[in-house]
Design a protein around this ligand. Structure first.
Ligand code: ZN
Length: 158
């Protein structure tokens, strides 16, 4: 039996992949539909293996459960947030509507503008978000670190 890996030594975690069997790893299809992009791997040329997919799901469940939950109105600059744990963005600035300045409406709700490096998210101030933290990452890693399908890199000693 292999030695158990200490989750606190893990720097990054990703998931076991295999060459995409639809495009053969090129990321593109030989015909022009959708610009020729392979829609199974979305240009990546690789797809998660069943073990990789299962490990990712277990990691995300454990990590998301350990994330602090907040509402959009509680976000502050520097927070790394996500709606469902799939995509994460770092908050640069939070802008609440004020007086004549507003950012959009969803029904009767005045949306807030959450500015990040690549996108301004217009969001319901009462929407729940996950806040990333090292502890949440560690909870996810702990769940799957010794499991097939996880691909790890390790912290280097300083
Ligand atoms: Zn493909």
């Amino acid at each position: 039996m292999a030695t158990k890996i200490d989750p606190t030594t893990v720097q990054t975690i990703s998931w076991e992949t295999d060459v995409c069997d639809r495009c053969g790893g090129t990321g593109y299809m030989p015909y022009a539909a959708y610009g020729g992009v392979c829609f199974k791997c979305n240009k990546a040329g690789k797809v998660l293996t069943p073990a990789g997919r299962a490990a990712r799901k277990a990691y995300m469940e454990a990590r998301n459960a350990a994330c602090v939950k907040a509402t959009v109105r509680e976000l502050v600059a520097g927070d790394k947030f996500s709606l469902n744990g799939d995509r994460w963005a770092r908050v640069l600035e939070v802008k609440a509507p004020e007086g004549d300045v507003w950012y959009g409406k969803a029904g009767d709700v005045s949306l807030w503008s959450i500015e990040t490096k690549n996108t301004n998210y217009l969001m319901d101030p009462d929407a729940e978000v996950l806040i990333w933290s090292p502890n949440a990452f560690l909870a996810g890693v702990t769940k799957v670190v010794n499991r097939k399908g996880s691909v790890l890199t390790f912290k280097t000693a300083e």
